[in-house]
Design a protein around this ligand. Structure first.
Ligand code: PLP
Length: 386
């Protein structure tokens, strides 16, 4: 039987380039003449060691990661990093300033995911007997009554840099379709932390501006199961300093053991390596950025020129990865979604918390698939306007 051609607009787990899946299939039963699948290799074997090192060095060169940064492969999804970032960077600050000093952690809240990260920090800080404060620098919901707008940076209430362990933001809000168009400016002494789960490697990013960059793999990088953490080495605090934290969340333990303190998610790391190789073949991040901009622009142009579709996101913060839009009623949205399904376009339904339509158009989404969606949008509009 032949595989049906499906246009996968899913937000994550998301489409993986077909050539990558074919490559994985071709070596599924016999990796590098080992007579075994990657899944069956010992993580301590030389063969897997090469996979891990290769994946790291490809990421390093694609993102131009300097030598004073460590690359970690961790588990528990991006959500686990909400806690890991809090524990480890508070520890790094306390290593510098002393355990008794008051520490503040700053959160830029621009959508569902940064809100969840801030909530996790608030929960954990409450447990640290008040020496740690969480400050919402800005919160779009408070300022505008909704997500989809971003308060100008000069209105943010950043904390005293001397007391601030980090400033946290989510570079691309997957649910609300909000993406930062530039890196926020913070005091050079304060580490900037970015959740890039849904726009990882979609464009060049100046790693030197960050203390920590992290993301789950299952959108732009491969299958679920591995999260990548890029951390400046001076922020790796000793385990006995700062908040008590589970070993598996400790960045220094991970770094000291080359991400193999325990069994790492070997197959997911291998798949990420293949996706990185594909990215190199595509011309790297500058060329991805061009393509991603072109795909997103096409969609936003249709939305903006239409009387039927409407973007709930301000022009200055629209995501190139998750294009969200609304129709005039939920009934019409349901009809729209029923129509796309017939054309094998899947996973276009907006996140359950917001409704509407969401077209996720990550690196692996070919421009032709976006064109097909646009053709359908135009046809649907014609049929529904007189
Ligand atoms: N951060 C962002 C921006 C996301 O889009 C997601 C998931 O969609 C998460 C965090 C949570 O990721 P995970 O499900 O891997 O915990």
């Amino acid at each position: 039987s032949t595989t049906p051609y499906v246009l996968n607009f899913g937000a994550g787990p998301a489409k993986i380039p077909t050539s990558v899946l074919e490559r994985a299939q071709s070596e599924m039963l016999n990796y590098d003449n080992s007579g075994m699948s990657v899944m069956e290799l010992s993580h301590r074997s030389k063969t897997f060691g090469k996979i891990l090192d290769g994946t790291k060095s490809k990421l390093k060169s694609l993102m131009d990661i300097p030598d004073n940064y460590e690359i970690l492969f961790m588990q528990g999804g991006a959500t686990t990093q909400f806690a890991a970032v809090f524990y480890n960077l508070v520890a790094a600050k306390q290593a510098k300033e002393g355990n008794e000093q008051e520490v503040i952690v700053d959160y830029v809240v621009s959508g569902a995911w940064s809100n969840k990260a801030a909530q996790e920090a608030e929960r954990l800080a409450a447990n640290e007997r008040s020496t740690i404060k969480v400050n919402r620098v800005t919160d779009s919901k408070k300022v505008y009554g909704k997500y989809g707008s971003l308060a100008p940076e000069d209105s943010w209430q950043l904390s005293d840099p001397k007391k601030t362990a980090y400033v946290y933001y989510c570079d691309n809000e997957t649910v609300h379709g909000v993406e930062f168009q530039q890196i926020p400016k913070v005091d050079p002494g304060v580490p900037l932390v970015a959740d890039v789960s849904s726009n990882f490697l979609s464009r060049p990013l100046d790693v030197r501006k960050f203390g920590v960059i992290y993301g789950g793999a299952q959108k732009n990088l491969g299958p679920a199961g591995v999260s990548i953490v890029i951390i400046r080495k001076d922020l790796l605090a000793d385990l006995n300093i700062g908040p008590v934290r589970p070993l598996m969340l400790d960045f220094k333990t991970m770094a000291d053991n080359d991400s193999m303190y325990n069994t790492p998610p070997t197959f997911s790391i291998y798949m990420v390596g293949l996706v990185l190789e594909w990215l190199e073949d595509q011309g790297g991040l500058a060329s991805m950025e061009k393509r991603n901009m072109a795909k997103a622009k096409k969609l936003y142009d249709v939305i903006d020129q239409s009387a039927l579709y409407r973007s709930p996101v301000d022009v200055n913060c629209r995501s190139r990865m998750n294009v969200v839009f609304r129709l005039s009623s939920e009934a019409l949205e349901a009809e729209f979604l029923a129509g796309v399904a017939e054309l094998n376009m899947v996973q276009l339904k907006g996140h359950r918390s917001v409704g509407g339509i969401r077209a996720s158009i990550y690196n692996s989404m070919p421009e032709q698939d976006v064109d097909q969606l646009i053709a359908y949008m135009n046809t649907f509009e014609k049929a529904h306007t007189s």
